[in-house]
Design a protein around this ligand. Structure first.
Ligand code: UTP
Length: 290
């Protein structure tokens, strides 16, 4: 069965970015000149996804408008002969009906946000993308995962190696390598202390999940932080079905974190020929005063 639907949980409060996120979704913060969410949506379409499901909450109007047409701007760009920009903003609007919105009316956690999409996804495997996890790579991660899914026919999470002293920030795997870059997950531990971590393989925000996860999430079991955690439901799923970890190629930035967000901006800007030289000069200059 083909992976056609992708769920984007975007209902978090984004408290680490207050005041920027007081009236606007964290996912609308720009990395260089594109909102974080747009990178993830482009990754999903590049992987063959046909339907985008946003699980939104309060203050998500800007996000909805971003993926809709804006006749005022289009007309103004047209009148000024700015064809390139016009094309750009027209192209970022997906075909009518491709995007579906549902609402998580209480931020009860990532697991709960995904569960809110259950009726739209229905009885088929689907993808989940956390836009906060921005990945700079030549091999877009979700497309690679979809290819692996075609063969393995099982749930999957993207994983990466983290520094041993950073394990308490991630869901960490106990896993057995079965192929190049593929691990069969035996267990997972949420945010273990370095001395208790079973490995340094951490789950990051790209998943392919079988629909059974909805029933497990639907049990409404409260986990860490009083939230319904995806990790808990995946642990239950492991008792019934295999789950694989795909170790992706590329560099991941945590855009939900202020330092990670700044790093992403610098790394993506340095890829742009129109910005690169000036930025390098600036970084070299300020470095002298550290
Ligand atoms: P985070 O753990 O980064 O939480 O969520 P957050 O609320 O967005 O940000 P902080 O920690 O307060 O700064 C990870 C992903 O899960 C979504 C978020 O939108 C983000 O994409 N999420 C989280 C929900 O959709 N609903 C929730 O209840 C919690």
């Amino acid at each position: 069965m083909k992976i056609k639907k992708a769920v984007f949980p975007v209902a978090g409060l984004g408290t680490r970015f207050i005041p920027a996120t007081k009236a606007m979704a964290k996912e609308m913060l720009p990395v260089v000149d594109k909102p974080i969410i747009q990178y993830a949506v482009e990754e999903a379409f590049a992987a063959g996804i046909e339907q985008i499901i946003f699980v939104t909450g309060r203050g998500k109007k800007a996000l909805e408008d971003h993926f809709d047409r804006c006749f005022e701007i289009e007309l103004s760009l047209k009148n000024k002969g700015k064809q390139d920009l016009l094309k750009q903003i027209q192209e970022l609007v997906p075909k009518t009906g491709t995007i579906v919105y549902t609402r998580q009316n209480e931020p009860l956690g990532l697991g709960h946000a995904i569960w809110c999409a259950r009726d739209i996804v229905g009885d088929e495997p689907f993808a989940v993308l956390l836009a906060d996890d921005l990945i700079q790579t030549d091999k877009p991660v979700l497309a690679e995962m979809v290819k692996k899914f075609d063969r393995l026919r099982a749930s999957m999470a993207a994983v990466m190696e983290v520094e041993k002293d950073q394990t308490d920030k991630y869901g960490i795997l106990e896993a057995t390598q079965v192929e190049d870059n593929i691990f069969r997950i035996d267990d997972m531990v949420e945010k273990p202390l370095p001395e208790e971590a079973p490995s340094n393989l951490a789950i990051i925000g790209r998943y392919i999940l079988t629909p059974r996860i909805f029933e497990l999430l639907g049990k409404g079991k409260m986990g860490a932080g009083g939230e319904i955690q995806l990790t808990d439901a995946m642990k239950s799923l492991l008792k019934e079905q295999p789950i694989f970890g795909y170790k992706f190629e590329g560099k991941r930035f945590d855009c939900g974190d202020k330092v990670g967000f700044q790093m992403a901006n610098l790394a993506f800007a340095l890829e742009r020929p129109d910005m690169r030289e000036r930025l390098i000069r600036f970084v070299n200059e300020i470095q002298k005063s550290f």
